[in-house]
Design a binder for this molecule. Sequence first.
Ligand code: FES
Length: 100
Amino acid sequence: MTTLTVLPAGTTVEFAAGANLLQTLINAGLQLAGQCGGNASCGGCHLFVTEGRKTISRLTPAENAKLDTLVGVGSKSRLACQVTLGSEPVTVELLGALSG
Ligand code: FES
């Protein structure tokens, strides 16, 4: 098991390699605004991956296309529903209302 750190609260969550990032956050009681069932079409699960980017799955064409339509996107942006976690620790930063 490896640790996912969720900013700005600093919450830590354990995950196994191969876990989906959005599902890991939901399982930890953190509700993101994703409403498309993980299809990279709503953009509600947009967050920043601030550490561990090299250990997670790469951007897919569908994810990249959706990110292009969102406001506030940066080099650390990912759609949590499209991210498969790897075997090393990851830190994410929740955005908007979720960031507190
Ligand atoms: S849940 Fe809709 S884009 Fe991720």
